[in-house]
Design a protein around this ligand. Structure first.
Ligand code: NCD
Length: 320
């Protein structure tokens, strides 16, 4: 796996391998000094052409904990503002000798386009409304940690909200279904994607109809920045119909868990304070983001090395 760009591209065996590797990384992160030399000599560039807090910082932290060099690119003070094309930007950075680009871009498909302009690994940190594979890996890892197993057979996961604009939903549906879960999407018709018939899901337009059979309630942010038309009547009506309210938390089965990829719209999809909910896995999602992205970087950046040696070295490092 030189590139990590979509869940279908890495496949079930790739998902399982990265989650397995992330357990080793979590062990490193539990040490007083959470740092190993596994990626010494490698250079990772963060190329975020769209806003981000947790994905960008967790990738940076992950690279540093594996001793990779990091380069940070921000549009606001780059030559993009002088009209430089994405191709020239990628080729320029590549010429400096980099091993991986971690890319976030508002257009779907950019990670595949970039492959033509560089020999480096490409890691998709979100392309338009298309894919966000590392978020899906983080979420699968977090659910597996909570369940104590990576098999999601018999599990019902309800993803609620703005599915249409969500790359997280697209990656998560694929990954959850791959691991055996039953996935229910809950949204108003206007926030469902047009090709929904081809997704491995069932669909409901009423959260109250599914909440009692839900093991994992996965709330999504209403992505106002991607909406160019009035797809919902107003925020408060949307919040009443699709938001997580105290009443809904009360009817959620006691063993069920609540997730959200962040950032949250408090008072819209999140009408309760999630930090007060014992069922919330949201802090685990953020914490696991670092371990899973360490596993992603390690996997992509050692694809060409003597892998057995690299894995053995990592195992020794983690055993210390
Ligand atoms: C998501 C994203 O950017 O796709 N956030 C994230 O990476 N944790 C979801 C969102 O923006 O709603």
């Amino acid at each position: 796996m030189k590139h990590i760009r979509s869940i279908s591209e890495i496949g079930k065996s790739g998902v399982l391998a990265i989650i397995d590797r992330a357990k080793q990384m979590a062990e490193i992160n539990s040490r007083p000094i959470p740092k190993v030399p596994a990626l010494r000599g490698k250079t990772v560039v963060s190329l975020f052409l769209e806003d981000s807090t947790r994905t960008r910082l967790s990738f940076e932290t992950a690279a540093k904990r594996l001793s990779a060099e990091t380069m940070n690119f921000s549009v606001s003070n780059s030559s993009v503002n002088k009209g430089e094309s994405l191709r020239d930007t990628i080729e320029t950075i590549s010429d400096m000798g980099v091993d991986a680009f971690v890319v976030r871009h508002k257009s779907s498909g950019i990670p595949w386009q970039i492959e033509q302009w560089t020999d480096a690994s490409i890691i998709n940190a979100g392309d338009g409304a298309h894919q966000h594979p590392t978020q899906a890996l983080v979420d699968c890892f977090t659910i597996a940690e909570s369940l104590g197993t990576i098999s999601f057979e018999g599990l019902t996961i309800s993803i609620v909200g703005d599915i249409r604009h969500s790359r997280v939903a697209r990656s998560n549906v694929e990954a959850f279904a791959m691991l055996g879960a039953k996935v229910i999407l809950v949204a108003p018709n206007t926030l469902l994607p047009p090709d929904i018939d081809h997704w491995p899901v069932t669909v409901s337009t009423e959260i109250d109809d599914v909440i009692r059979e839900t093991d994992i309630l996965y709330m999504l942010r209403l992505q106002s920045e991607r909406m160019d038309q009035g797809l919902i009547p107003n925020l408060s009506e949307y919040g009443n119909r699709f938001g997580l309210t105290e009443k809904r938390v009360a009817i959620l089965p006691s063993a069920s868990r609540i997730m959200h990829p962040g950032p949250m719209n408090r008072g819209v999809e999140m009408q309760v304070d999630p930090s007060l909910l014992s069922q919330s896995l949201i802090h685990r999602q953020v914490a696991n983001g670092v371990s899973v992205r360490m596993a992603v970087l390690f996997t992509a950046l050692t694809f060409n090395d003597d892998r057995e040696n690299a894995i053995e070295r990592l195992a020794k490092e983690t055993a210390q």
